[in-house]
Design a protein around this ligand. Structure first.
Ligand SMILES: *[C@@H]1O[C@H](CO)[C@@H](O)[C@H](O)[C@H]1NC(C)=O
Ligand SMILES: *[C@@H]1O[C@H](CO)[C@@H](O)[C@H](O)[C@H]1NC(C)=O
Ligand SMILES: *[C@@H]1O[C@H](CO)[C@@H](O)[C@H](O)[C@H]1NC(C)=O
Ligand SMILES: [Fe+2]
Length: 463
């Protein structure tokens, strides 16, 4: 019953009043959500396109609009258009957003570009990036590499923001486990994570692979938000940076069969083709360093129950029981120089190792002409799950272990010298570990009999 001062309403008046009330109650709540327009670009980040002279700018808006980047050297002389794609999260609210992707192709070498992105309805702030030199054979790319950062407790982020904006790096590689989790709170955690890395990722290529924390809804948040080279929505791909051929892998295809086994098989055969191509004589001469990255390691000595504590790790020896599609033999066969992993919230460096056997170059210089792939695990950038401790006794194949928060720096100086160091954020940026990997030749490990630290010739049987 609605009463107004001065008495009761007639039936006719009542209908009118209630119509007004009905329309008010339906319009008002909507008015606070649907009439807010979200055309302002956010979550701006970069990645390499098909080569280092092509950059992809990716960002998010919550309302539908065009995808434009205005850019240039010392001013916005150029303009590129791209695509806008609606992404709907799989959560209960089916939240949707618009992901914008624009390719900047044929960039000039050795240049500093400034850019902003958006559309006639709203522009981002101004960002910049630097391009690779013209002579890629003389380039010594420098990268920061880590996994497991998180939205909450992203310990290493401030240090990385500082370094990136001071032009320390050419690129960053984030080896899976981004936001904990991107789909959490109807993908709001993913939004906030992407906002917080903008101050890094809008200034250099932020290259990625998925981890277990991205698996929800078939990795849809990961696939939608990042733009990696190739046609797999960032699940596996490769790219070249000067003397390095990088290969990104999804180790989750070995652990998560919710989405079928097809992906595992596809990735495996793709990898073999990619390695065949990368190790053709003329290609390897140009890009001698082959570096892989994937989330879950083949080896670890952490005090937990993860698969890397098992002898026959799935990524190493293949899927359970059948032992198909293991990666270690493949890495060995094609002479992968360095394999980078994360997932364990710590840093661990291995001696050159194949099938649990150490193949030091020599006892005094284990990383000089090593007889097998060098593995490191760097999964301690941050995150709410804290860091992981180690079992007390260090296995024979493990060289150095540390559970500080931090990240890894890699610099390929030239075709013979690759430098790698571990930064502790807990120790205020101190370098807590470093090695030089020195190689006179980059080739299949089984093709040259080498002296190893045990003063034995290792057997060359692979098949
Ligand atoms: C999961 O996503 C991939 C694309 O990355 C697609 O090919 C596959 O069919 C999807 N699987 C399922 C079960 O939806
Ligand atoms: C490669 O780089 C290392 C480290 O800077 C240097 O000592 C070495 O002389 C370089 N080699 C060549 C061939 O330039
Ligand atoms: C490999 O080299 C390191 C460093 O010299 C040494 O401590 C380790 O015992 C060597 N491992 C083997 C199996 O020779
Ligand atoms: Fe993980």
């Amino acid at each position: 019953m609605v009463s107004i001062p001065g008495g009761m309403l007639t039936a006719q008046q009542l209908v009118k009043v209630s119509l007004v009330l009905v329309s008010l109650s339906t319009v008002c709540p909507l008015a606070t959500s649907s009439t807010i327009e979200y055309y302002q670009p956010e979550q701006v980040h970069l990645s390499y396109g098909e080569n280092v002279y092509e950059m992809v700018v990716t960002w998010t808006t919550y309302s539908d609009c065009d995808s434009v980047v205005e850019y240039g050297i010392g001013g916005f002389a150029l303009k590129a258009q791209g695509e806008t794609k609606k992404f709907t999260d799989g959560g209960s609210e089916s939240r949707s957003m618009f992901i914008h992707r624009v390719k900047l192709s044929d960039l000039s070498p050795d240049a500093k570009y400034t850019y902003h992105c958006g559309s006639s309805l709203g522009w981002s702030g101004v960002f910049w990036f630097s391009t690779a030199p013209e002579d890629l054979s003389k380039w010594s790319p420098h990268l920061a590499i880590y996994g497991d950062m998180g939205n909450e407790n992203a310990q290493s982020l401030a240090r990385l923001q500082e370094e990136v904006q001071r032009n320390v790096y050419d690129a960053i590689i984030h080896v899976g486990d981004f936001a904990y989790d991107m789909d959490s709170d109807n993908a709001r955690v993913g939004d906030e994570f992407m906002r917080q890395i903008q101050s890094v990722a809008a200034y250099l290529p932020y290259m990625t692979c998925p981890g277990n924390h991205e698996q929800t809804y078939n990795f849809s948040n990961y696939r939608a938000r990042f733009s990696m080279p190739g046609d797999t929505e960032g699940l596996w791909y490769s790219f070249n940076m000067g003397p390095i051929h990088f290969i990104a892998l999804t180790t989750e295809v070995y652990y998560n069969f919710n989405y079928g086994m097809k992906q595992l098989v596809k990735q495996f055969y793709w990898l073999e083709e990619d390695l065949k191509e990368a190790t053709k004589l003329e290609n390897r001469k140009q890009r001698p360093w082959i570096i892989t990255y994937g989330h879950r390691p083949m080896y670890c000595s952490n005090d937990d129950y993860d698969d890397c504590r098992q002898h026959s790790t799935f990524v190493r020896k293949g899927i359970p029981f059948l032992k198909w599609f293991g990666l270690e033999d493949m890495f060995y066969k094609y002479g992968v120089d360095l394999s980078i992993w994360a997932h364990e919230h710590s840093y661990e460096r291995l001696w050159p190792v194949y099938d649990y056997k150490v193949y030091n170059g020599s006892l005094n210089a284990p990383y000089q002409n090593p007889g097998a792939t060098v593995h490191i695990t760097t999964g301690s950038a941050g995150c709410s799950e804290r860091t992981d401790p180690f079992i007390p006794i260090k296995p024979e194949w493990s060289a150095f272990r540390n559970s500080d928060y931090g990240y890894t720096k890699v610099k390929a100086w030239n075709e013979t010298h690759l430098y790698l160091e571990q930064i502790s954020d807990d120790k205020d940026g101190e370098v807590i570990d470093f090695i030089w990997i020195i190689k006179d030749k980059h080739e299949a490990f089984n093709s040259n009999q080498q002296f190893n630290g045990d003063k034995e010739f290792r057997e060359v049987s692979l098949e």
